[in-house]
Write a protein that binds this ligand. Structure first.
Ligand code: SAM
Length: 292
């Protein structure tokens, strides 16, 4: 919910991401099924990996011999990857072996060698190495980037004939139930904040998936997309809903400090009614196979 992404926030959102990804499973299947049977193991590049949520979602589906490169500009998040993987692997019955610079992950029917790399993708996209035919993936990234940066990434991906899988791109569908008279005003400020520069130039925000699909179609890629929404029930997930109220309010006030009183009153009403509140946050998962 902020421009800096704490490991705690990424951990809080991961179960909601997992449930959201399940709604768009056909998109993931489309991406993975495009590969020739004799193409060998997957090389996967995960952009803006955080603590590795995308790896946890995908690796069990990608078979033997996977090679992953996890990329982020945040050393602290990259440093959290082994612990986050170990927690997940213990719960899921997989095995993780940290081995210096590389991490080995194995479970029933899959194994992976994982490397981490610190790279500022905004400043140094040209340094991104893409093995031919790789799976180029990211989760919760595209709404942060600019149209110009996205175009450059897609050109890079086309040259490498990568398969693309971009999960959990926020869109404009946010619905609080029951409604509050200030929802519209607060969400408009939040949406404007989403379009601010997050380091990549003016962010695409809620238009990101639509713009990506347009670029991909124009360049001849075959695409699939589907909704992957967060469904947050305040009775069952008060911490997540509280974080959403706080994060929305903080962004709205940063966007327009003059609206502080309105936004704070909204947040107080929302915090006071958490157990009776449900929130849908719209996301889109999209996949693309290269032309020809
Ligand atoms: C919303 S988080 C998503 C993290 C992870 N993919 C997940 O789904 O949990 C956005 C991520 O983008 C990373 N990021 C933001 N700007 C970046 C940049 N210029 N270069 C590389 N990573 C960046 C952040 O550090 C953070 O890990």
């Amino acid at each position: 919910m902020s421009d800096g992404f704490s490991a705690g926030w990424l951990q809080l959102r991961e179960p909601f991401d997992t449930a959201a990804r399940a709604q768009a499973d056909a998109v993931r299947q489309f991406a993975l099924a495009g590969r020739a049977a004799d193409a060998g193991p997957w090389s996967v590049i995960d952009l803006a990996c955080g603590t590795g949520a995308n790896l946890r979602a995908l690796a069990p589906r990608l078979g033997q011999g996977q090679r992953w490169r996890l990329i982020d500009h945040d050393d602290a998040l990259l440093g959290e990857v082994p612990a986050a993987l170990a927690r997940w692997a213990t719960a899921a019955g997989h095995r993780v072996t940290p081995g210096g610079a590389t991490i080995h992950l194995a479970g029933e029917g899959f194994d992976a060698i994982i490397e981490r790399r610190r790279l500022d993708l905004a400043a140094a996209l040209h340094d991104l190495e893409l093995p031919p035919g790789a799976l180029l993936t990211a989760s919760a990234l595209l709404d942060l980037v600019s149209a110009h940066w996205l175009q450059a990434l897609l050109q890079h991906a086309l040259a490498a004939r990568a398969t693309l899988l971009f999960a959990l791109t926020a869109d404009a569908r946010i619905r609080w139930s029951p409604g509050d008279p200030a929802d519209e005003a607060v969400q408009a400020l939040f949406a404007a904040h989403q379009r601010r520069d997050k380091g990549f130039g003016a962010a695409l925000g809620s238009q990101a998936a639509t713009v990506a699909l347009e670029h991909l179609a124009a360049a001849g890629w075959t695409t699939r997309h589907a909704a992957s929404d967060w469904l947050i029930d305040g009775a069952q997930a008060p911490a997540m809903l509280r974080a959403m109220v706080e994060g929305t309010a903080a962004a709205a006030i940063e966007q327009d400090p003059a609206a502080r009183a309105l936004v704070q009153a909204w947040a107080l009403r929302r915090q006071g009614a958490l157990p009776a509140t449900r929130l849908r946050v719209g996301h889109v998962d999209l996949a693309a196979r290269p032309p020809g």
